[in-house]
Unconditional design. Sequence first.
Length: 416
Amino acid sequence: MKVLRGARLIDGTGAAPVTGATIVIDGERIASVAVRNEGDFPHDAEIVDCTGKTILPGLIDCHDHMANHRYDLAHRWGIDEPESTRHLRTAAVLRQTLEAGYTMIRDAAGLDAGFKRAIDEGLIAGPRLVLSISIISPIGGIGDAVAPSGASPFGDCCCVPRDPLLPSGVVETLGDVRPVVRRMVRAGADVIKCATTGGASSRPGHGPKDGAFNLDEMQALVEEAHALDRRVMCHALGGRGLDIAIAAEVDSIEHGCYLDEDPRQLERMAERNIFFVPTLLVYEYHRKSPLPHVRERAHALHEHHILAVQRALAAGVKVVAGTDAGGHGHPANAGELDCLVRAGMTPMQAVQAATLWAAECCGRAHEVGTVEKGKFADLIVVAGDPLADIATLREAKNIALVLKGGEVAADRMTHR
Ligand SMILES: [Zn+2]
């Protein structure tokens, strides 16, 4: 048994912090949470003095691309380095992300089920993973990787080189939708990732308001995913494609940059408990892109995006943290919390966006996302107070201790 004593506790539920908490961990789960140093534990328990520090649930990023390391085509198509080097790079990123305090990551495409298995078997260290495998989109959609010339020599996942052992996410006709969803699940998808619009970094001609998928195709996709108990995360920035995603009742809107434009969209999201994962951080990177069309799109959507976050909060939509990391560097996940606070969230809301709300968005709130009895002992001990300065979480040196399932994943506690 492990006992963490003396810390300020932010439990992830949104409740005000309490001081002098005692958290008892039995094996991989939290056995009890008590305030004022009470708590019930055996004499031989390992005591960790956390006085002066803050305990939070392990952080969750709902939109990452752990197997993506650069945005340029040479990397996306896998011609800049051997595959083995790329996989080892991904393994290093998984470990660094966990050590930075992120105990669960929802991968929005690119990471295959082998990494999850390697973590489960103890071959490598990494967060709990919620995998989508590949992006499902129609011909010409963001999952149909083509060069600006129209060529697709190494198709067909937009963020990592094609793996011939994995199913294609490109849908040709309405009849293909359900089999593609089933194949993705067969390959290990825990969540279905799809796209109904282009994005900032997609090819010229397929931008943030250019649609992909019709309503009947999206309804088939959502119905099939739900029949297989998979939630649907949908890349949708604006325009008709954003409307179609919400009408088809996906479970989360990824990016959602133009959600400020039609109040009925946010109303419907609030009604149907559709989460909003704005991924503000990646657009900071895109605003500096060497590609003029990417820069232009990222600048054009910026003010809309901030307004979208503010209006979503006002409408009662849960706004959740996701970085869309990959090309802009790992592990920068906590940078998103900074962006969310700058966009108008309180630091407490930003913490919820990366803990309980994020766990709900991933369909895992029954096991992670808060520091509560019975849940997995995924938690972090932070030197400093993230409610006073959310940027505290950005620096790995402030993340004094990381526990995943009760096991120490990183230990930077200076005195025990
Ligand atoms: Zn993404």
